[in-house]
Design a protein around this ligand. Structure first.
Ligand code: FPP
Ligand code: MG
Length: 330
């Protein structure tokens, strides 16, 4: 799926890869060692892929500034994960040990800072103020999303509106920044910017909803651990589906149990118990079906946004990517 879009992008994708690798080079051996590990375990590189597709949707070939926006999106994304793994104390990412577990939390935070600085450097050098503004807002959104998530883990009163704010900030905002900065740098009109904004927003929301579905789907074998969100008291979409569908006494009974639960002082068995109970409640009260319906509504809206680019070759890739978001397994 992603491979086909990367093949379509051809030399633009290669230009991204080259600039990306150059941008993280350092004279410090430890930085290059950790970088080599990160490159070996890199992910789908979906954000730069979307940025370059946005560039192509506006003009036939991606200029240097579009490629810079694509690279910046991957640098910022990885920086945020390196920080997030420390915040979440996560031992595993993409099936391999995290930098935090392999080296130390300090190394993870500092390498994250390095990637973030290089991302900012790349856009400051050649891109205009609008691009810098989009990324500055996005960085603030990422932090606000994480902080609101922490706040809500304390109060355990996440509403659907809170959930949507959190996933917009932590995920959709970077999808939007990647695509809008690229489209702007390619010379998009106001109508084209609006279409890209709407597509990237809904796609980003759907992407995070699927990630949250994975956490309640042991049968999918995504390579991600399951049942972690509830232990961290993150009330995500499948759980909100359970709260929505279950009788009041069942839902508030479980939330009260969760309120008394303290992941830092409890035994491993207790964590397993609370997480398996949440998984079975979500299954019994059709939380996953509820989440999938919400996700599919986002995909529908993302697809509607694309009429501006009807029938162009890049349109097919944007459509295919949106459809894939509804069924992806990783
Ligand atoms: C993963 O979420 C985390 C994010 C998408 C955003 C993290 C943002 C920060 C830590 C703010 C600081 C940002 C920068 C750029 C320094 P998750 O924990 O739900 O998903 P996971 O299962 O992949 O860890
Ligand atoms: Mg995390």
């Amino acid at each position: 799926m992603y491979r086909r879009a990367k093949e379509y992008l051809g030399s633009d994708w290669l230009a991204f890869q080259e600039m990306f690798r150059e941008s993280i080079h350092s004279d410090v051996l430890l930085i290059n060692q950790v970088n080599a590990y990160l490159l070996e375990h890199s992910g789908k590189q979906l954000r730069p892929l979307l940025a370059l597709l946005a560039g192509r949707a506006i003009s036939g070939v991606c200029n240097d500034r579009v490629v810079r926006c694509a690279v910046a999106s991957e640098l910022l994304h990885t920086a945020s994960l390196l920080h997030d793994d420390v915040a979440d104390d996560s031992p595993i990412r993409r099936g391999s040990p995290t930098v935090m577990a392999l080296y130390s939390p300090s190394v993870s935070v500092l390498i994250g800072d390095f990637w973030l600085s290089r991302g900012i450097d790349l856009i400051l050098m050649k891109c205009d103020n609008q691009v810098i503004g989009y990324y500055a807002r996005c960085l603030a959104d990422l932090v606000e999303g994480e902080m609101l998530q922490l706040e809500k883990a304390g109060s355990l009163d996440t509403t659907m509106e809170d959930y949507r704010t959190i996933i917009y900030c932590k995920t959709a905002s970077l999808f939007k920044a990647a695509m809008m900065t690229a489209a702007h740098s390619a010379g998009a009109s106001a109508e084209q910017m609006q279409a890209i904004e709407s597509y990237s927003f809904h796609l980003g929301m759907a992407f995070q909803m699927m990630d949250d579905i994975f956490d309640y789907s042991p049968q999918l074998n995504t390579g991600k651990p399951v049942g972690v969100d509830i232990v961290e008291k993150k009330l995500t979409l499948p759980f909100l589906g359970f709260l929505h569908n279950a009788p009041r006494d069942v839902s508030s009974g479980f939330v009260e149990r969760l309120r008394k639960f303290d992941m830092n002082s409890c035994k491993e068995e207790e964590k397993k118990l609370i997480s398996s109970e949440a998984l079975s409640l979500v299954e019994r009260y059709k939380g996953l079906e509820y989440a999938q319906e919400c996700l599919d509504r986002e995909i529908g809206k993302a697809l509607e946004s694309l009429s501006e680019f009807n029938d162009s070759p890049v349109w097919e890739h944007l459509v295919a990517l949106a459809q894939h978001m509804s069924v992806r397994k990783r």
